[in-house]
Design a protein around this ligand. Structure first.
Ligand code: ADP
Length: 729
C-alpha cells in the first residue's frame, strides 16, 4: 500500500527448514490478528510469492492451531531460482500487492533475508513497472512501500545479529542424543566414531555438540588445520585410550577443510584413524536427522518471542525504517538493519574461503572462542603437572538437578589443569559432615557430561550451628583451600550459614563459590540455573503426549508442574506448549479468575475446541490446589467438557541433561574455578551466574538480598515480562 501504517502482512519461511519455524509463524499470525491486521501465510517460501494463487493463503486464529510442537514448517519452504531474477520478484510484488500486503515477515537464513532486502528496495519500481504494463492499478501519486522484518531461521546458527537462530537448539538436541547413543555402542566395542554434523561454514553445532556430549576431538571450519594436524589428533586419542577411555568420539563439521582449503570428508578422517590409530572406526553422518523432530522448548520460546516482536515492530515502524532483522541478544530482542546482518553473516564464509581463519574465528565472537578453548582443555587426557596449588572441594547440595555432573566434570578438569587437587563430597553436606570425601581425578569424571542426577550424591540438608565444628574439622583434615557448592536454594543457605560463622574457624576462611543448579530456576544472581532447561523440555514432552490423548470427549487437563515458589517452569511451559491458562505463584489464584477461566473454556469448547491445557505451578495457591481447580472447572463444564489433572512430579528432574544445561554447567563450572583463582585463597562468599550472555560473580549477601522472602524466588524475574505474550497467544 502507500506509506504509513501497515494493514496487511504476510509471513513466509524460506531456505532450509528449521524446527521452531512453526512457532514463529503461529506467533506472527496470532499477534497480527490480535492487533486487527489482515494476515497471510505464503507457502513454499519465495517460490509461493512468485506463483501467487493458492500459495498465498489468508490465515485465521485456528489455521495455526496445533502446530507449535511440529517440526519443519507447515508453510513449507523451497529454494526459488525465479525469485533471484528481477522478473520473478516483479511477479511476487504483484501477487502481494493484489492482496494489499504491505508488511512482510521472512523467516530464514541469509539467502532468504537477502531476498527480502532486495524485494523491499525494488518494491516501488517493480509495482510501477507492473502498473505501466497494466498488471495492477496504481494511483499516479502513490508511493508504495513494503515493510520488512527478517527473523533467523536456520539450524546452522550462522546468522549475525542474534545469539541463537531458530532451530539451532533443537539440532543440538538431535546431535547430543546421537552422540550419547554412539557412546553406549562405542564403549561396548572399543570403537572410534566420527560424527559429521551440519552447519555449512559455521562450526557452532560441532563445537556446542562437542562440549555438551564430551566429545574427544572436534574439527570445525573456522580453525585452520596445520599440515600435520592428523598426527596431533591421533596422538591425543591414543593418550585417551592409554588412560582407559573405552571409546572415542570425533565430531566433524560438514564445512571442515583440509589445510589446502579443500573440503575434508568424514571418510578421510575415519581412514586416518583406522590407519594411524589402528582403531575400528565408524562414520555417522547425521544429515537431516538434525532438522527433524519436535522443536525444543528453547526454540519454541525463542521463535514465539521473535514472531510476536516482528509484528509489533511492523506496527511501530512500518516502512519508515529500512528492512530490519530481529534477533535475541543477551536474552532480549534486538533489532539490526537487515543489510548489516546479511553482510556480516556472509563475512565468515568469505574469510574461510580466502584462508583467513584468524578473522573468521574473531568474527564468531569471544564466547565461541572461549568455548573452543574450554573444549580443547576438556579433551586433554591428563592435567598439567600437579603443582600443589591447593585443594578444591566440590559439593552438590540440595535436590539434584540435571547438569550437576557436567558441572563437576568441568570444575574437576579446569581445577586440575591449574594444578589443584580436587575432592568431592558424597551425599551433599550431610555426607561431608560424616567425612565422605572422594578424590576426583581427571578420568573419574569421564562420561559425566551426559549423566542425569548427581553422581556424587546430593540431598537436602541445612547446616546447624552445632555442625560447624565438625565441618571445620573435615575441611582441615583434607586441607581444603577452596569450596564450590553446586545446588539450589539449599546451597545458598548453607553458604550463608558458613558466611555467618567463618571468622571463628580458620579452616572456613577460604573462598566459597555457589553455582546455581535447580530445575525451579528460582535462584538469585542468574537468569538461568543448571537443570531448568532439562525440566522444561521434560514438561513439554509430557504435555505433547497428553495432547495426543485427546479422545472423543472434549476435555481440559490441569497439568501440575514443579517450580516451588517460582513460576518459571509453569510460564515457560505454557508458552512452549500453547497452554490456554497458566497459574503462577507470583500471581496467586482467585475465585474470580477461576470463574472467568471456566466461562472462557465453555466458550472455546462450544466454538469447537476439543482439548485445553492449563498449567499449574505446584504452589500457585495454597487454597486452590490442582485437585480443587480440577473439580471446580469440571463442575462448571458439566455436559460440555470434563477436566482431568496430571501431576508430572519427579519425571521433571529426570533423564539426561539437555544440551543447554550441559553447556551452561560447563561455562559456569569453568568460571567458578577461575573466580576462585582470582580470590587467591582469601575468605569470601560469592555466587556465579549467567546474565544475558555474560557470566557474573555476585557477593553472596548481595545475591540473597534479591530474594523476596518468605517466597523463595527473586523479586525481579526477567521471564515475567513474557506473561502478557502467553496471555495473548
Ligand atoms: P537460506 O535462506 O537458508 O540461506 P538459500 O541461500 O537457499 O537459503 O536462500 C533461500 C532462497 O532465498 C533462495 O532460493 C532464493 O529464492 C532467495 N535468495 C537467496 N539469495 C538471493 C538473492 N541474492 N537475491 C534474491 N533472492 C535470493
Amino acid at each position: 500500500m502507500t506509506s504509513g501504517k501497515v494493514r496487511a502482512i504476510a509471513v513466509l519461511t524460506s531456505g532450509g527448514d528449521a524446527p521452531g519455524m512453526n512457532a514463529a509463524v503461529r506467533a506472527v499470525v496470532r499477534m497480527a490478528l490480535y492487533h486487527g491486521l489482515q494476515v497471510y501465510g505464503i507457502h513454499n517460501g519465495w517460490q509461493g510469492a512468485v506463483e501467487g494463487g493458492e500459495a498465498i493463503e489468508p490465515m485465521n486464529w485456528w489455521s495455526v492451531g496445533g502446530i507449535l510442537q511440529k517440526g519443519g514448517t507447515v508453510l513449507g519452504t523451497a529454494r526459488s531460482q525465479e525469485f533471484r531474477t528481477r522478473e520473478g520478484r516483479r511477479k511476487a510484488a504483484v501477487n502481494l500487492y493484489r492482496h494489499r500486503i504491505d508488511g512482510l515477515v521472512v523467516i530464514g537464513g541469509d539467502g532468504s533475508l537477502t531476498g527480502a532486502r532486495i524485494l523491499a528496495e525494488e518494491w516501488p519500481d517493480l509495482l510501477r513497472e507492473a502498473a505501466t504494463a497494466g498488471e495492477i492499478e496504481l494511483p499516479a501519486d502513490a508511493r508504495p512501500t513494503l515493510a520488512v522484518v527478517g527473523l533467523p531461521g536456520s539450524i546452522d546458527n550462522d546468522t549475525y545479529g542474534t545469539d541463537m537462530s531458530i532451530g539451532a537448539d533443537t539440532a543440538l538436541h538431535r546431535i547430543v542424543e546421537a552422540a550419547d547413543q554412539l557412546v553406549s555402542t562405542a564403549s561396548a566395542h572399543q570403537r572410534t566414531f566420527v560424527l559429521e554434523v551440519m552447519g555449512r561454514n559455521c562450526g557452532y553445532l560441532a563445537l556446542a555438540g562437542g562440549l555438551a556430549s564430551g566429545a574427544h576431538w572436534i574439527i570445525i571450519p573456522e580453525e585452520e588445520l596445520k599440515p600435520r594436524w592428523h598426527q596431533e589428533m591421533v596422538a591425543s586419542l591414543r593418550r585417551g585410550r592409554e588412560a582407559g577411555r573405552k571409546h572415542a568420539i570425533v565430531i566433524q563439521a560438514e564445512g571442515a577443510r583440509h589445510p589446502d582449503g579443500l573440503p575434508l570428508s568424514a571418510a578421510t578422517v575415519s581412514d586416518i584413524l583406522t590407519k594411524q590409530l589402528g582403531a575400528e572406526t565408524r562414520v555417522t553422518v547425521l544429515g537431516h536427522v538434525q532438522r527433524g523432530g519436535s522443536p525444543s522448548a528453547y526454540d519454541r520460546i525463542l521463535a514465539t518471542r521473535l514472531g510476536a516482536a516482528a509484528v509489533e515492530d511492523l506496527l511501530a515502524h512500518g516502512a519508515e525504517q529500512p528492512p530490519r532483522f530481529l534477533g535475541i541478544v543477551n536474552n532480549e530482542v534486538q533489532s539490526t538493519p537487515l543489510v548489516e546482518v546479511v553482510e556480516k553473516s556472509q563475512a565468515v564464509g568469505k574469510c574461510i574461503d580466502a584462508g583467513d581463519y584468524e578473522t573468521a574465528l574473531t568474527l564468531r565472537g569471544p564466547s565461541f572462542q572461549d568455548q573452543l578453548a574450554l573444549l580443547r582443555l576438556l579433551t586433554e587426557v591428563a592435567p598439567k603437572e600437579d603443582t600443589h596449588a591447593g585443594t578444591i572441594l566440590v559439593v552438590t547440595a540440595g535436590h539434584d538437578a540435571p547438569g550437576m555432573n557436567a558441572c563437576v566434570r568441568v570444575v574437576t578438569r579446569v581445577a586440575r589443569d591449574h594444578g589443584y587437587r580436587v575432592l568431592g563430597a558424597q551425599y551433599g553436606l550431610e555426607g561431608l559432615l560424616r567425612g565422605d570425601v572422594i578424590e576426583l581425578a581427571w578420568m573419574t569424571v569421564s562420561g559425566w557430561a551426559a549423566r542425569g542426577g548427581s553422581e556424587l550424591g546430593s540431598g537436602r540438608y541445612l547446616l546447624q550451628p552445632g555442625d560447624l565444628d565438625r565441618l571445620a574439622a573435615v575441611l582441615h583434615e583434607h586441607a581444603v583451600t577452596a569450596m564450590i557448592l553446586i545446588g539450589g536454594m539449599d546451597a545458598y543457605q548453607n553458604a550463608e550459614v558458613m558466611a555467618a560463622h567463618y571468622r571463628r574457624y580458620p579452616a572456613m576462611q577460604i573462598p566459597v563459590l555457589v553455582v546455581p543448579a535447580s530445575i525451579n530456576n528460582n535462584l538469585p544472581g542468574t537468569d538461568f540455573a543448571i537443570g531448568a532447561d532439562t525440566a522444561l523440555n521434560n514438561i513439554i514432552a509430557a504435555v505433547d503426549k497428553v495432547k495426543d490423548t485427546a479422545g472423543a470427549n472434549k476435555r481440559a487437563y490441569v497439568v501440575e508442574v514443579m517450580g516451588y515458589d517460582c513460576g518459571y517452569l509453569a510460564l515457560m511451559a505454557a508458552l512452549a506448549s500453547g497452554a490456554e491458562q497458566v497459574y503462577l505463584p507470583e500471581e496467586g489464584v482467585t475465585l474470580q479468575r477461576l470463574a472467568a477461566d471456566a466461562e472462557r473454556l465453555r466458550r472455546d469448547f462450544q466454538a469447537g475446541k476439543r482439548l485445553a491445557i492449563l498449567i499449574y505451578n505446584e504452589r500457585a495457591s495454597p487454597a486452590y490446589t490442582t485437585e480443587m481447580i480440577r473439580r471446580i472447572l469440571d463442575a462448571e463444564g458439566s455436559g460440555l467438557f470434563d477436566v482431568r489433572s496430571v501431576t508430572l512430579g519427579h519425571v521433571q528432574r529426570g533423564g539426561s541433561p539437555s544440551p543447554f544445561d550441559r553447556i551452561l554447567a560447563a561455562r559456569l563450572g569453568k568460571a567458578a574455578v577461575e573466580a576462585l583463582l582470582r580470590m587467591h585463597d582469601q575468605a569470601g562468599f560469592h555466587t556465579i551466574g549467567l546474565r544475558g550472555k555474560h557470566i557474573v560473580t555476585t557477593e553472596l549477601s548481595e545475591a540473597l538480598a534479591e530474594i523476596a522472602w518468605p517466597a523463595e524466588r527473586p523479586h525481579q524475574e526477567w521471564f515475567m515480562a513474557l506473561r502478557d505474550l502467553a496471555r495473548i497467544l
